[in-house]
Design a protein around this ligand. Structure first.
Ligand code: NAD
Ligand code: ZN
Length: 265
């Protein structure tokens, strides 16, 4: 480990250890090491294929049946992305977050990812702002079901609870973020006195605003990203490294500190 990174890990571990309520704000960068491409950045999908159509949700609302037919036939310009998601497994970064939660240091994950990898890694306290690709959701009452527990008999499928239209849980361009997820994010941000900013370019709102609120209330920000982001200038500590390398080192240091604490007790 270079000196700069080991110094930053030391500082980050001290902040996490002394914090009351640590929250991780996660973006596509965390899953990059699981083989899922990010949207932005040099290897990003949008950089390679251009920005997507921002009228996605309007199209769905206009003709949900057509949207479902497309989904079932898997017609997408982003076939490469879907295949990568199908194959992806949690990496060392996801596992380190699960360990931080088990050790009692991490209270919640707010993720912008839709890939279900936090659940596969075993994390429990998760809010998915952009939904989860393995679930369906009713647009009217926000009830959610795992894909394989919802029999699709007609298109578009209807909610058995309220009769509303059912769609994929993943939030589309132009679709409002589900109220329950937004409320939980506010609740977590209010309590948070240390936010880990992991693999997010922090330009997508509302997520980009949470760290600013934490900072405004006197909390600490720790950025984990190999590249600079618009949040870098607000960060107290910067781990300039891949999440799959930096997060296990942070957990290791927290374990050592806990053991040292026990020896001195
Ligand atoms: P982004 O694509 O805009 O930015 C990715 C960030 O991750 C960049 O800052 C980059 O420097 C950083 N990064 C790249 N590799 C990294 C690594 N190994 N470790 C740590 N950081 C790394 O991602 P975003 O900010 O999350 O916004 C894009 C939106 O697209 C998200 O809101 C999400 O809904 C969606 N998305 C999801 C997935 C997924 O579910 N895995 C993948 C792509 C995009
Ligand atoms: Zn419903």
């Amino acid at each position: 480990m270079n000196d700069e990174l080991s110094g930053a890990i030391e500082e980050a571990a001290a902040i996490v250890k002394n914090a009351r309520h640590v929250v991780a704000l996660v973006g596509a960068g965390l899953s990059a090491e699981s083989g899922v491409p990010t949207f932005r950045g040099p290897e990003g999908l949008w950089t390679k294929h251009g920005e997507p159509d921002l009228r996605d949700y309007d199209r769905f609302v206009e003709d949900p049946k057509r949207w479902w037919e497309m989904r079932i036939s898997r017609q997408s310009r982003f076939g490469e992305f879907v295949e990568a998601l199908d194959r992806a497994q949690p990496n060392a970064g996801h596992l380190a977050l699960r360990e931080m939660e088990e050790l009692g240091y991490l209270k919640h994950i707010i993720t912008q990812n839709i890939d279900n990898l936090h659940q596969l890694a075993g994390s429990a306290a998760i809010t998915e702002i952009h939904g989860n690709r393995t679930k369906l959701r009713c647009v009217a009452c926000a009830a959610r079901w795992p894909l394989d527990e919802f029999p699709i008999e007609e298109l578009p499928p209807q909610c058995p609870l309220c009769g509303g239209v059912v769609k994929g849980d993943t939030v589309m361009f132009g679709e409002p973020i589900p109220r329950d997820a937004l409320d939980e994010c506010s609740n977590q941000t209010w309590q948070c006195d240390c936010m880990l900013l992991i693999g997010t370019s922090a330009v997508v709102y509302p997520a980009a605003g949470f760290p600013i609120d934490v900072k405004g209330m006197g909390g600490h920000l720790i950025e984990v990203n190999p590249n600079e982001t618009p949040l870098t200038r607000h960060a107290d500590v910067i781990l300039r490294s891949l999440a799959g390398e930096a997060l296990p080192k942070l957990v290791q240091r927290l374990r050592e500190m806990a053991a040292e604490g026990e020896r001195h007790a």
